[in-house]
Design a binder for this molecule. Structure first.
Ligand code: NAI
Length: 439
């Protein structure tokens, strides 16, 4: 089956970079990325230094393919109509209300997407789950599509995305693996082949793994859970190190040199952030509970609990440092995004740390080269509103925040390091003779 037109619904951190790379590697395919947020589409079509997503190398690719075989548009109907293949790359946050609130994935965006596909399709389509979804979601999508289909055939594939923000382009160019889950029927296998033909333009066939749909859906949750588990494991040991005089960096080195364990993801930190780990593990725990596997649910839930514990522990370290009181102390926070190299602040541990310190009366100075003050204020508002503060109280606390693009010998009482920065930078910071707190 030859694919000439692709539609991707969702122009976010996954939809934008993924489609840019497919467009670059497959010049014969026309790709339209659509979104119901018209501001976002406007900025994808705007200046290259103001794209909605910052990723090293992304702007260069967009420059090459935008307006040729990659377009960003609000025309969801027209794009669905003309495409043979449709990627669903919409957000799947944790549910905030109803059954499973606080744990299960909220599938309302993916369901809305499926309804649009059913409504606007006039010919057979391959529909691809690019978003991270709970196992068995394809069943639900199939139901929605078939209910409204008018005899059109939809083939559903699962093709989860494994890119990490900050290295998205590099990850897409050199994926460890591309996973495609499809039905074993003739049409299912034809769809799997059509998608793997696209990836095989730049990924070696040995790295394109095909499975059934359920394995593919669950593999993505399993991967994120395993990665986050490593972070929580090393972070739990950092607490023990601080009690005993052992050095967590030395522990990580000693443990990681065992080839059965390996060195990656063993850097102790204030905790993982980002839009994925927490929501995906909670979702995995919820699914386990749903299937009556309470012990399995509790096992994975513990990874999130340690992450919260680590953030609280860091706040306590700062509070304990000022044993005469933290009120009006001027504290620098190095890093606002959830990790360096991205401007994405979703679930950033810095938000938790800063807000808790603000509530205690501290002055907060954020140092981050990529994030803007509007974003910081939104993050603080959301956190403190959830924490129970009124808008007036939040507004008052917001006056105690400053944002700097770089560290230029400011006069702080303490520097708290949240981003993973190099030993040389730490050495430079130390030369200011301001006390430093880090994990
Ligand atoms: P995002 O929030 O950056 O982008 C999602 C986009 O979908 C938004 O622009 C939103 O306006 C749009 N959208 C939502 N409903 C829509 C609808 N019905 N019609 C049209 N547009 C709609 O989300 P992100 O980060 O790109 O994540 C997307 C999915 O990919 C999630 O399931 C996430 O778990 C997964 N994922 C995310 C990764 C990441 O690093 N951000 C990595 C791998 C997977």
């Amino acid at each position: 089956m030859e694919i000439k037109d692709i539609c991707c619904i969702g122009a976010g951190y996954v939809g934008g970079p993924t489609m840019a790379v497919i467009a670059l590697k497959c010049p014969q395919i026309n790709i339209t990325v659509v979104d119901n947020n018209s501001e976002k589409i406007k900025s994808w079509n705007g200046p290259l230094d103001k794209l909605p997503v910052y990723e090293p190398g992304l702007a260069e690719i967009i420059k090459e393919v935008r307006g040729k075989n990659l377009n960003f548009s609000n025309d969801i109907k027209g794009s669905i109509e003309k495409s043979e293949m449709i990627f669903m790359a919409v957000n799947t946050p944790t549910k905030t209300e109803g059954e499973g609130a606080g744990m299960a994935a909220d599938l309302k965006y993916i369901e809305a997407c499926a309804k649009d596909i059913a409504k606007y399709s006039k010919s057979d389509k391959i529909v691809i789950e690019k978003s991270t979804l709970p196992v068995k979601t394809a069943e639900k999508i199939k139901e929605i599509l078939e209910e409204n289909s008018n005899g059109i055939h939809f083939e559903i594939l699962s093709n989860p995305e494994f890119l990490a923000e900050g290295t998205a382009i590099q990850d897409l160019f050199k994926s460890d693996r591309v996973l495609i889950g499809g039905d074993s029927t003739e049409s299912g296998q034809a769809a799997v082949k059509a998608l793997s033909d696209i990836y095989s333009k730049w990924i070696s066939k040995s790295k394109i793994l095909t499975t059934n749909v359920w394995s593919s859906e669950l593999s993505k949750l399993a991967s994120n859970a395993m990665l986050a588990q490593r972070v929580s494991s090393i972070n739990s040991l950092s607490a023990l190190c601080e009690k005993t005089g052992a050095d967590i960096n030395e522990i990580a080195m000693a443990v990681g040199m065992d080839h059965r364990i390996g060195p990656h993801f063993l850097r102790a930190s204030v905790g993982f952030g980002g839009s994925c780990f927490q929501k995906d593990i909670l979702n995995l725990a919820y699914l386990s509970k749903f299937y009556g596997l309470d012990e399995v649910a509790e096992y994975w839930h513990q990874v999130v609990k340690i992450n919260n514990y680590q953030k609280d522990r860091f706040v306590k370290k700062i509070v304990d440092f000022f044993n005469a009181g933290i009120k009006s102390k001027s504290i620098a926070i190095i890093g606002w995004s959830f990790k360096k190299g991205t401007k994405d602040t979703r679930e950033s541990p810095s938000i938790h740390v800063a807000c808790r310190l603000l509530v205690l009366g501290a002055q907060i100075n954020i140092i981050d080269p990529l994030v803007g003050i509007e974003r910081v204020i939104i993050d603080i508002n959301e956190y403190l509103n959830d924490y129970g503060l009124s808008n007036a109280e939040v507004k008052q606390l917001s006056t105690k925040i400053k944002l700097f693009k770089s560290f230029d010998n400011k006069n702080f009482d303490l520097i708290s390091v949240i981003h993973d920065i190099s030993p040389e930078k730490i050495k430079n910071l130390k030369s200011n003779n301001i006390p430093i707190i880090k994990i």
